[in-house]
Design a protein around this ligand. Structure first.
Ligand code: COS
Length: 385
């Protein structure tokens, strides 16, 4: 469902102001403390940021995809740790439930996810199943009306804060991919425990850890959508959407880095003039601007196609591949424009340079996006023949 243009403009303005006035000043502190302050989390809840894409009937803002990516452009303009906090509730942690959950499951969890009272986590990746998600080994053994889960999930975003996990596990059937089932498992369920918080290259303030399942017993009511064997499709559909959201965050981050680089280049003088007057600096600014604009157009266009009900598997993968690689180049040029200052922690540019590296890896590496794009092109051609 879409909101009216005036409400959207107001929301975008509020988010932009919040990012500028409340989040940007805390970027360095969040990285240093490796934590988002509680009062900022509270303000994010007040703004409705945890429920951007959750339908209104469950307490969210009910944004459609285009509206959501426009908000993500704004949220992208600061440290990704802030966006990451609300990212799972708006994306991979809630959309499996929205698309495939039963009405009872939606009623039970979505309102609390929308308000931010509950944080969600999407537990697909395992030590031996990253890109090859279908090879996951976590098992779900039927035991009367229950399932008993065993296995380890790795690098699970927001797991240390999560109240609700979507756990993908293999139920016993003969077909390998068809045997994967998604379970809604609440934190505190006996047999579910967490590993230590991972130490990462960047994105400090956003946390990941292992989720360990040791004879974790859940009732069959925990099967997402109630029908076992649908989990892999749910995961793939969820990632289609998540990839588009991440692409929008990459665009916002690139735009921030370009604005900072431009301001610095106009301020910094060498050889008697601002370095922005030098054509070699201008070339870097122009390349970054053009690439960020291209990514913005891709994201908007794909979001509109999704809102029209078209399949966007290829275009979401194209957007994720292009936007995440693009922001890596933009961050690299930003360090170069800042020169020595770009390498120094005080200026924050090196922090963003480390932060953006993750965009090319999570929710499917660039290589997985290439594979998704090409395979689906071939499939479409075969289907048409
Ligand atoms: N939407 C709906 N269904 C989809 C789909 C999508 N986007 N993509 C695949 N499926 C379905 C297929 O139609 C197929 O169903 P059928 O068996 O009924 O035909 C099934 O899922 C298996 O698909 P496929 O054979 O393509 O699976 P593969 O194991 O060969 O490859 C990739 C799937 C590599 C694309 C998948 O494993 C993947 O995305 N890996 C990356 C995982 C990832 O992003 N991890 C990041 C961590 S999560 S934050």
């Amino acid at each position: 469902m879409a909101i009216d243009a005036e409400t959207l403009d107001q929301l975008l303005e509020n988010v932009a102001r919040f990012v500028r006035n409340r989040l940007v000043p805390f970027e360095a502190k969040v990285a240093e403390d490796d934590a988002v302050p509680e009062d900022l989390k509270h303000e994010m809840r007040e703004l409705g940021l945890f429920g951007l894409s959750i339908p209104e009937e469950y307490g969210g803002l009910g944004l459609n995809m285009e509206e959501e990516v426009r908000v993500a452009f704004e949220l992208g303009r600061t440290s990704p740790a802030f966006r990451s906090l609300i990212g799972t509730n708006n994306g991979i942690g809630s959309h499996g439930l929205i698309m495939d959950g039963t009405e009872a499951q939606k009623q039970k969890y979505l309102p609390r996810l929308a308000s931010g009272e509950l944080i969600s986590s999407f537990a697909l990746t395992e030590p031996e199943a990253g890109s090859d998600a279908a090879s996951l080994r976590t098992s779900a053994r039927r035991d009367g009306d229950n399932y008993v889960l065993n296995g380890t999930k790795r690098f699970i975003t927001n797991a240390p804060h999560a109240g609700l996990f979507t756990i993908f596990a293999r139920t016993e059937t003969s077909e390998p991919k068809g045997a994967i089932t998604a379970f809604l498992v609440e934190a505190g369920t006996p047999g579910l425990s967490l590993g230590a918080i991972d130490k990462k290259m960047g994105q400090r303030g956003s946390h990941t850890c292992d989720v360990i399942l040791d004879n974790c017993k859940v009732s069959s009511a925990a099967v997402l959508g109630s029908k076992p064997g649908q989990g892999f499709r749910t995961a793939m559909k969820t990632l289609d959407r998540g990839r588009l959201h991440i692409s929008a965050v990459c665009v916002g981050m690139a735009e921030r880095l370009i604005a900072d680089s431009l301001a610095y280049a106009m301020e910094r003088k060498q050889f008697g003039q601002p370095i922005a007057e030098f054509q070699l600096i201008q070339a870097m600014l122009a390349d970054s601007r053009a690439e960020a604009y291209a990514a913005r157009c891709m994201v908007i266009e794909t979001a509109r196609a999704k809102d029209r009900g078209s399949s966007v598997t290829i275009d979401a993968a194209c957007s994720k591949m292009f936007a995440s690689e693009m922001v890596g180049r933009v961050a690299d040029r930003a360090v170069q424009i800042y020169g020595g200052a770009g390498y120094m922690a005080d200026y924050g540019i090196e922090r963003f340079y480390r932060d953006v590296r993750l965009f090319r890896i999570y929710e499917g590496t660039t290589q997985i996006q290439q594979l998704v794009i090409a395979r689906n092109m071939i499939k479409a051609r075969k289907d048409a023949a």
